[in-house]
Design a protein around this ligand. Structure first.
Ligand code: SAM
Length: 219
């Protein structure tokens, strides 16, 4: 794990508390551990990978809600897609979207290795376009791609979601910079968070874990 940074990339939570929370959370499966090691070998940095607190929360949400059909926007090397597939029943499905060719190849290499990944379909291309062509119903949507497009992904995935279904959005605190946005990504995420707050179609809770995760339930 030579290429990991000394401390977590984000610092919303005291990093020692974050490490303790990770220690006391159900561990990653052997497949996921192997996927992390392989991603680490292949890439300079793997900070984009959502990590075990987020993955275990997604798995927990899938298990308690009985979700079967999932849309993921932003695959990277397949970490969260494989984690969610592990929580799904045999007839469950994860459709995951990625436009970067290098990451598509790595994700495909990983998906070919693990039995649970048979439930995953990788759609290659620009998620901003693909999301407009998909058909519902989905039980859960995990939004984790380019931060400037969160509102676009949200608007297009909400109609694809069953009533009572969940949208989970990652990185909504953007390293805490949404408090006083100084750049366009922080500003876009802050505007997105405000938009969801005022959207009467949903109820939501913003959890300050890792880089901030909002659970949004369609009423
Ligand atoms: C934070 S990473 C996803 C991490 C992944 N969910 C995980 O937990 O391992 C975001 C990914 O979204 C991809 N991405 C960014 N913009 C995109 C777009 N417009 N269409 C498709 N993929 C995009 C990036 O290439 C990157 O791999």
């Amino acid at each position: 794990m030579k290429k990991h940074r000394d401390k977590p990339f984000v610092h919303i939570t005291n990093w020692q508390i974050e490490n303790y929370a990770l220690e006391m959370t159900s561990p990653e499966s052997a497949s996921i551990q192997e996927l992390v090691a392989s991603s680490d070998e292949e890439l300079d940095y793997i900070d984009m990978l959502s990590g075990n607190l987020v993955a275990q929360l997604l798995k927990m949400l899938i298990n308690i809600s009985g979700a079967k059909r999932i849309l993921e926007i932003g695959t990277f090397t397949g970490y969260s897609a494989v984690a969610m597939a592990e929580a799904l029943p045999d007839d469950g499905e994860v459709i995951t979207l990625e436009m970067n060719i290098r990451y598509q190849d790595l994700a495909e290499k990983h998906f070919a290795k693990y039995d649970t990944a048979k439930k995953i379909t990788l759609l290659k291309g620009n998620a901003q376009e693909i999301v407009q062509e998909l058909e519902g119903d989905f039980d859960l949507v995990f939004i984790d791609a380019d931060k400037l497009s969160y509102q676009h992904y949200y608007e297009h995935s909400l109609p694809l979601l069953k009533q009572g279904g969940l949208i989970v959005t990652d990185n909504v605190l953007w390293d805490g910079t949404v408090l006083e946005p100084q750049d366009y990504k922080a500003e876009a995420l802050h505007q997105f968070n405000r938009f969801v707050l005022e959207d009467e179609r949903v109820e939501q809770v913003l959890l300050p874990i890792r880089d901030g995760l909002t659970l949004i339930r369609k009423k």
